[in-house]
Design a protein around this ligand. Sequence first.
Ligand code: DGL
Length: 279
Amino acid sequence: MTDNRPIGVFDSGIGGLTVLREIWEAVPEESTIYFGDNSRSPYGTKSRSTIIRYSLQNMKFLESRDVKMIVVACNTASAYAYEELKARAKVPVVEVVTPGADVACRATKNGKIGIIATKGTISTGVYKKAVEDRAKELGMNNIEIFQQACPLFVSLAEEGWWDTEVTRLTAEEYLKPLKAAGVDTLVMACTHYPLLSKVIKEVMGDGVVLVNTGEATARVVKELLGSEGTASEGNKCPVREFYTSDEPELFEQVAAPFLGEGLPSGTRHFTTDKYEVTV
Ligand code: DGL
């Protein structure tokens, strides 16, 4: 059986493209619909109820496009809204926190794991708990977790300042305590951050493993398509659609250097705030 319906992916802006790219890599025959909520970005500084409402609205939009699965390509939305999304979704929902926690636990040698994320994600404690739970499952009892909110990284990524002096200085300041703590593994627990990974890697140094939660999430997507029997087999022409709640031209300008190959193209404008949801 083959299911050619698309996979729906959403984020507050362009950060989720780091997950989307990994999904394309892992399951190239799948069609995808990406929604970037750029006009309401950032999510990471907003309240719990706002993030839940935005996430439910985004999900309604993707469901209206007949997707077969929804990937919450945003750690902040995953941390705050995953339970609500899962409870109300008509299709399977994949979040990005648990897959990242698993990779971090497997990567660390000295047990010292750093987590960088938005203020929102850090304040939920969801990531820390996910790493602790996974470590317990793997029988590891030497885990120490160091968290750091890096709110300015999202604006730098949205601005396209992926490798500039301002970004480097900002990274040096934010990452100082994690370097001092001697972490050997750093989870980029915000999907925007891999866009800045060159600078983050340079500042942290070669000995530190950077965890991109997108890669791990794409593996989960692949497994789930297999177990649900919804993979799109032999699809030679996957469709890759893009929507943004801000200016399509702006979205494409910032996203293009990252996606390459003339993508994204034909991005359409759509706002999800018209969907009524109760939180
Ligand atoms: N990319 C998102 C995340 O993974 C959200 C960034 C933001 O909008 O603050 O948390």
